[in-house]
Write a protein that binds this ligand. Structure first.
Ligand code: DON
Length: 561
């Protein structure tokens, strides 16, 4: 081999090493499924923004993550544009026009089991497609059709079933059959590595691609939806569909030390509760105590208990109830709330009501975080509520319908499927939005984007988001570690601390129990599935995809410094 050739090989390899060193992430999508993350990144490769990527990612999740991804549920978007403007979109479902306060009670005023969770009456008026169209109208840069096409392709070519998904399908199969009959699409046995092609959904998406939101809320898709809902005893009408409108709202904004945090406001409780909890713990400097130590857990649990108690009384749809937002986030009020906290013994959540809490795993909702090459940031949490929602499947349309009505308080003081208690503020009313805990959140530090974070998990959403922010900011964890480490949760009622199973030491439980904290190991379970992005003060992007699910980050690299 000639010397010149060797020199050439050497220089070329050095060039490659140099490239590798300078490989920087310039955009990312972190979502519950690899396919959806990749589709989002493909859109950005074509020059699309984070908002464009949101639409494509969301619809891809509707295809390949049918337990939570949806065109027939609802969600919230919190965004921060590259130039620092923030905002949020509420495309939460609404109660049908014909809904009424006592619709889930029998003549003696008792809750009828499953009425708000399974079947036609559980379904709220979907908001997703209208929400995505609103995002496109305000921020879209690529054509709508281009953003819907990848989901159509995915539905036609099929998605590959994961092991976790096989288990999820098989666990819910009997419910699918109970609600939809033996021949329903998802009554087929899908095993890991099988490919699921959903032609009916592809056709629905084609109509959405062609007509935008009218492709869903009007015409044949709407007709099939209404027919199906009504066959299953539901009360949604064409008028409900046509009159659905998403709402741009101001996010909740609060400071924690030198962080500036934006999260979802009512009808989500997320922003207010996260703000209350962070402001209550701020004076205690949890970073001075070890991560997940007894003291840290005590401080956080006591703040959580107090905030969730306020949630139950004050929070609901802001278009229906007056919410004392400023008062709830007032520093004096919050420090007063913590006055009776002592490290010596647990506070007690009074008036604990009996109620069956379904401690399901957190696979029912889904969150994704996106940053684009310009620096626009997107946090979206979207849901059908329960896994596969009401289980009502629109066969002709290829999708499940939500059971979001269970997020209302069916009866004052009685828990919903997440054990959450509510009252008048969250009572059912015609066209009202049900209270949520979904907390898509964006954090700034020194006026720069710092974190994008969110998760599923029903009532545990708020406390999971809290822990991720604290893990990064107070405990200096990288974002992937912050997402992966074990979590705990308290929500006032039931008055127990829930821990993730088989990780925390029994000596920790003993110490907490001695202080009067109740821990029921049989209630311990996986908490949340967080998908987050962090941007360092030098602008370095890193991602955290939750190993509790099949979540994955897809990245777009830049080779320039
Ligand atoms: O809006 C809410 O708070 C609930 N519908 C979210 C449900 C959820 O996160 C279920 N996932 N685990």
């Amino acid at each position: 081999m000639s010397r010149i050739y060797l020199i050439y090989v050497f220089v070329f390899s050095m060039f490659l090493v140099g490239c590798a060193e300078e490989k920087l992430i310039k955009a990312a999508v972190v979502s519950a499924r690899k396919e959806a993350s990749e589709i989002g990144v493909e859109i950005m490769k074509k020059g699309g923004s984070a908002f464009d990527a949101m639409i494509a990612t969301d619809l891809a999740l509707a295809v390949c993550y049918p337990n939570a991804g949806n065109i027939s549920g609802g969600g919230f978007l919190v965004y921060r544009t590259a130039d620092g403007r923030t905002g949020s979109l509420d495309y939460r479902e609404k109660a049908p026009i014909a809904a009424s306060r006592d619709m889930y009670l029998d003549k003696n005023g008792n809750i009828i089991p499953e009425k708000s969770t399974l079947g036609g009456l559980a379904i709220g008026v979907p908001g997703t497609v209208a929400g995505l169209e609103a995002v496109h109208k305000k921020f879209g840069t690529l054509q709508w059709k281009e953003l819907v096409q990848p989901a159509i392709n995915l539905a036609l070519s099929g998605y590959v079933v994961t092991e976790k998904q096989e288990q999820s399908f098989s666990e819910k199969k009997q419910d699918f059959i109970k609600v939809n009959g033996q021949n329903t699409f998802y009554a087929q046995t899908f095993r890991a590595n099988d490919t699921v092609k959903n032609f009916a959904l592809a056709n629905t998406l084609k109509l959405i691609a062609k007509h935008g939101k009218s492709g869903f809320y009007e015409g044949t898709v709407a007709k099939d939806l209404i027919d199906r809902v009504q066959q299953k005893g539901g009360i949604i009408t064409h008028e409900d569909l046509i009159s659905y409108e998403p709402v741009w709202r101001d996010p909740i904004n609060f400071q924690y030390k030198d962080l500036n945090i934006y999260s979802m406001g009512p009808p989500s409780s997320g922003g207010i509760c996260l703000g209350q909890i962070m402001k209550m713990i701020e004076p205690y400097n949890v970073g001075n105590y070890e991560h997940n130590s007894m003291e840290t857990i005590q401080i956080i649990v006591e703040a959580e208990r107090r905030s969730y108690a306020d949630r139950s009384l004050y929070l609901g749809d802001p278009d229906f109830v007056k919410i004392p937002k400023n008062e709830l986030l007032d520093e004096n009020y919050l420090s007063d709330r913590m006055k009776d906290f002592s490290f010596e013994s647990a506070s007690k959540s009074v008036d604990i009501l009996p109620g069956k809490v379904l401690w399901e795993e957190s696979e029912e909702t889904t969150h994704y975080s996106i940053i684009d090459p310009m620096g626009n940031a997107i946090a979206v949490t979207t849901t059908l509520n329960g896994s596969y929602g009401s289980k009502v499947f629109v066969e002709k349309g290829g999708y499940f319908l939500n059971n979001e009505m269970d997020d209302f308080s069916s009866k004052p003081g009685y828990p919903n499927m997440f054990g959450l208690i509510g009252g008048k503020a969250n009572a059912i009313s015609s066209e009202k939005r049900m209270l949520s805990a979904m907390s898509p959140t964006i954090v700034e530090k020194n006026n720069q984007l710092y974190m994008i974070v969110g998760t599923p998990g029903g009532s545990t959403i708020i406390t999971s988001v809290l822990q991720i922010i604290l893990n990064v900011y107070e405990y200096d964890m990288d974002i992937q570690t912050a997402v992966s480490v074990p979590r705990f949760h308290h929500q006032w009622l039931p008055d127990i601390i829930t821990f993730e199973p088989n990780i925390f030491k029994s000596s920790l439980f003993d110490s907490l129990q001695k202080k009067g904290y109740d821990i029921k190991q049989e209630y311990n379970r996986i908490i949340g599935r967080v998908d987050a992005i962090k941007v360092s003060d030098k602008g370095i992007i890193s991602t955290g995809a939750d190993p509790r699910g099949d979540d994955e980050a897809s990245l777009l690299y830049s080779y320039e410094k």
